[in-house]
Design a protein around this ligand. Sequence first.
Ligand code: FAD
Length: 470
Amino acid sequence: MSEKIYDLIVIGAGPGGYVAAIRAAQLGFNVVVIEKRATLGGVCLNEGCIPSKALLESSEHYAKTQHEFADHGISVSDASIDISQMMARKQGIIDKLTGGIASLFKKNKIESIRGTAELIASEAGARKVKVTRGEEVLELTAKAILLATGSEAFQLPHLPFDGENIINARDALSLTEVPKRLLVVGGGVIGLEMGSVWSRLGAEVTVVEMLPQLIPSADGQVAQTLLRSLKKQGLEIMTKTRLDKFSKQDDGIHATLTTEKGEQEVVCDKILVATGRRAETTGLGLEAVGLQVNKQGQLEVDENYQTATPGIYAIGDLAPGPMLAHKASEEGVVFAERLAGQQSKVHYDVIPAVTYTWPEVASVGKTEEELKEAGTEYKSGKFFFAANGRALCTGMSDGFVKVLATPESGRILGIHIIGPQASELIAEAAVVLSFGGSVHDLAVTCHAHPTLAETIKEAALAVNKEAIHG
Ligand code: FAD
């Protein structure tokens, strides 16, 4: 019997790989997906986006019983936390979603193999992969291979993960009890989300960030507002601060921090290192097919997502660009459509970014800092949630919407939101940016009342000093 040749082998079933596989199957390709973990869905579903949002939701409910319900006239006298139930709920959501992908694979007739994939030397047109699952080794051949192996937490040499004292986000999503004192190294999205979860559940949380602002890529005013808000919630936040060394002592971990004013010691029970992620290429066999990673550890690709080696493609966290699930999925769709000869494109200028803290932070397009640096002229309009009826009713009225637009035509360049439901509100901003819309388009769109989305319309009106309630 002649060897089976697949149209496409996908390595990695995260939001990049599984979406690419489904789209490719829809387009008629014969696809097999290889995934080394027990369940599909990658980091996003198993130990990233989804479990973190599940715990953010649970911890927010608890925090509300402590700090907000009384204002509504509701008294909750003995609210308590059952961490194992919280974790079980989180796992239930993961199981539902990862099982859902398995069903989608079945529906789309995608073959799915559990095992670790390694590229082996082969020619364009018949690329080969070795798959190891336990004792068994398989060899698969395909016309094209898509690498979607994602990323792993970046480990600092002086803070090696041990799963107990020095932990990464994966560990922080599965703690069995609330740590008394948690030190978070890294004031980016993951550090702030995980810091918020454990702070809401009662931990004393200190966040240290080397740079002058939290979420370095965020709009400066947004980052400042978030800093104030998190401090108000009780998180200790130290910017321009580095953790240089630590020692384990009887009363906890003694961390030596280098601040602008000199050295300072903080004693804690756990250190969560959330200083970024690096692309996962360990054991992938890149050398065998003549591939090398760039300085960031990722694989460079062309507009078809093809690497320097014909027939081998890369998307998601493994390829350049923001390490976000929706960026990976967009690339998965476009990769498959271009493989089928279509001229699809990812709009890299319109990729929203969200931080699910309280208040939430969401943005799309350019920040004021980026526009200034590029010498681009712009006008800005801002509207505060404190003047929005719905926000006041929800009791969550910190924050604002900022709209940046060109001075003449009012074409929108960027929208930045800090406030309630920013993660949902940003979709309207992304739509208007992706069709090249203007402040006029937002201003003439009738927004339901009372809604949080009215702040976007008012911020657009504010660009020309026409906001009604501002
Ligand atoms: P991954 O999701 O990393 O999947 C890659 C898969 O490939 C993995 O399952 C891995 O096991 C498999 N694999 C690797 N090597 C091999 C091999 N040799 N053989 C077989 N299989 C292999 N992003 C957002 O957009 N929104 C969020 O809210 C968000 N929250 C996050 C929270 C946390 C705590 C973390 C850690 C990340 C978060 N992210 C979020 C980032 C998001 O998870 C990633 O950007 C996304 O998962 C990348 O998708 P991917 O398909 O490139 O790779």
